[in-house]
Ligand binder design. Sequence first.
Ligand code: SAH
Length: 183
Amino acid sequence: MLKVPRHLFVPDYLANQAYLDSPLPIGYGQTISQPYIVAYMTSILEPEKTDKILEIGTGSGYQAAVLAEIVDSVFTVEIIDGLAEQAQQLLKLLGYGNVWVKSGDGFHGWKEHAPYDKIIVTAAPEEIPQPLTEQLKEGGKMIIPVGEKYGYQYLILVEKKKGKVLKKNMLPVRFVPFTRDED
Ligand code: SAH
């Protein structure tokens, strides 16, 4: 996280607040997560050098950049075209050649590159999207906030072990809602 220039991932007028431990608006009604939460979710996944990771909710691209510093490749999906484009340009400018950004509804994951060692979701659905569980490797981990829109939500750790899907509540959180293309 010390390597990733967070001030470049927030609007210019907020650059002076980029190193506070706080979420910040990034336009389109969305936010860049609080650094504590980025660090927490990253560490829960226990990312390894060889990992291929799927992120749903690219936003500013900051979480993708933090992961890209550690792992082999990051595939990230963002439902708001403007944010996807902006993040893609910034990540390219900063030399993150191991991040691929796609604009679309992340409910469906990113099938072409599945299965993934780890999956990270940074917007909160009311239930875990089934395609994401399907695209997780055996032995893989997913961290996802689940709960009511703007209400009670929990970060859930999902692990696929011996064909079984195990779920564990980790931390109460507040994320922006997971939206759908039909909305
Ligand atoms: N990881 C981001 C945090 C962005 S906030 C960062 O580091 O900046 C969550 C993002 O999820 C928002 O940009 C929102 O548009 C996006 N999102 C919400 N529902 C989505 C969906 N169904 N598919 C893909 N992205 C989604």
